[in-house]
Ligand binder design. Structure first.
Ligand code: TRP
Length: 459
């Protein structure tokens, strides 16, 4: 029976569990580190003008992201449940708080549908790297435009990526996710360190890249940039939709949630900053535009890879695909575990049916030419989904999770999960009760241009 779960036994888990502490850290880090760090962080930083955006994002990671990651892991480990079940178990059956879980399952569904399309581009670039990048920088950059405007190619690679994702999630938590992370995550780390050092010391763009990333210019900070910085903190840390609830539910009793959350958030942020430094060094070295939208990494890195050859480029794209896979798996796992736990479906059936549904929905994002009027311009389904899920659905999901943790989650249970009730726990309580919710509410209202004391008129 899938539904038989005993929170107190460690030795015979009915639910899958990570094989060890390292297993959990790797899986959670694997979920956090993905296209969000290497593809999305550089491109939105470029769009929103650099330093000031990065600063707001870093503040959001510490003030909103870290406490929320702790909260999600606590809820998951306490309940041993999927997000929908977890909120009911801690409150009561049929509790309205389960809406938070529903929102999370929906977010996972929508995010994976476009995430897989971008991951598909990375798969395509693995093959382009094997063949080798040739021609002028413009010709190399045009390859990206050709890829995204060809529906057949986009669909093909989206198909390949979703198939890999479904195959892994079907195999279950332990075998599927853990085994590969142990080898490939450290490799990704090494290759990024290499690229960052190359960018900093062997190109002419290194110091300009550091200035761009770390010297805030607040005149460039629009309301939308602040909202996107918050949204991105959620996105990159895999928060606001119950992914860390689901992963926490497979976590063992004797681990310190706080330490793990700090480790995961730190590694995630570090990887993003390394990727950003590497990419902007190249952008400035070649005199390119920072604001190149979704194509940024696919347009800049291959220009360098033409010189370094396949020995660097092929491993890079393979590792990027892998990083995307470990993240995509966590998105699919949230959706799938809901149907396993709450609907009593088998893992195979649940993964196949939902994976297929997400795949089909993702076709809309793969065909980027379908546009709708949105925020004053015609935008592709892809951009709309990304904007709405990242900037509204995740923050609202996170806000509800935070309020739940602060006001509904029983104090004694929280202390037990946190592992102590000393001053750090008090700090955590205050942040979750007051600071995080207020910050999220203000930023969402600001993003909607609804803050009473701001003047949005002269835009
Ligand atoms: N964090 C991942 C990345 O940066 C994406 C991701 C995985 C995610 N699981 C998530 C985003 C859950 C939001 C919620 O690429």
């Amino acid at each position: 029976m899938v539904n038989e779960k005993d929170t107190n036994t460690e030795s015979v888990p009915v639910r899958g569990q990570w094989t060890g502490h390292l297993g959990f850290i790797l899986a959670a880090t694997g979920s956090a580190i993905g296209l969000g760090n290497i593809w999305k962080f550089p491109y939105i930083t470029g769009e929103y003008g650099g330093g000031a955006f990065v600063l707001v994002y870093l503040i959001c990671v510490v003030v909103v992201g870290l406490p929320l990651m702790i909260a999600e892991m606590m809820i998951g480990r306490r309940t041993q449940e999927n997000p929908v079940g977890a909120f009911q178990k801690l409150h009561h059956r049929g509790s309205p708080w389960q809406i938070t879980g529903w929102l999370g399952v929906a977010s996972g569904f929508f995010i994976l549908s476009f995430y897989s399309v971008v991951a598909g581009w990375a798969v395509a670039y693995t093959f382009k790297a094997i063949i080798g990048f040739t021609g002028s920088p413009e010709q190399i950059q045009n390859q990206f435009t050709e890829l995204v405007t060809s529906p057949i190619d986009s669909i093909l690679w989206h198909t390949v990526f979703m198939a890999m994702c479904i195959a892994i999630v079907m195999g279950g938590v332990r075998q599927g996710i853990e085994r590969w992370s142990k080898i490939l995550m450290p490799m990704l780390f090494l290759i990024l360190i290499g690229l960052m050092f190359y960018g900093l010391f062997f190109t002419r763009g290194g110091s300009e890249a550091l200035k761009f990333l770390f010297q805030p210019d607040f005149s460039k900070l629009s309301a939308e940039a602040v909202l996107s910085a918050l949204g991105h903190a959620f996105f990159t840390l895999s928060l606001g939709m119950g992914a860390m609830i689901t992963y926490g539910s497979y976590m063992k009793r004797n681990e310190s949630i706080m330490k793990d959350a700090v480790t995961v958030s730190f590694l995630d942020t570090f990887i993003a900053l390394m990727a950003g430094t590497a990419i902007f060094s190249l952008v400035f070295h070649y005199g390119m535009e920072p604001g190149q939208s979704v194509g940024l990494i696919f347009k800049t890195l291959p220009v360098l890879f033409k010189e370094t050859g396949p020995l660097i480029s092929v491993p890079f794209f393979i590792l990027l695909v892998f990083a995307a896979l470990t993240s995509a798996i966590s998105l699919l796992e949230v959706v799938v575990s809901y149907f396993i736990d709450e609907r009593g479906w088998g893992r195979v059936k649940s993964t196949l049916l939902l994976g297929l549904a997400i795949y089909i929905f993702g076709l809309l994002s793969a065909i980027s030419s379908i546009t709708l009027p949105f925020r004053g311009k015609d935008q592709g389904i892809f951009d709309i989904l990304d904007f709405v899920t990242t900037n509204y659905m995740l923050p609202v999901g996170g806000l509800l999770t935070c309020l739940f943790t602060a006001w509904v989650f029983r104090e004694a249970d929280k202390i037990e999960e946190f592992g102590s009730k000393g001053s750090i726990y008090h700090l955590f309580s205050i942040i979750v009760k007051i600071i995080t919710p207020i910050a999220v509410i203000i930023i969402i209202l600001h993003g909607l241009e609804l803050l009473p004391f701001m003047n949005y008129g002269n835009k």
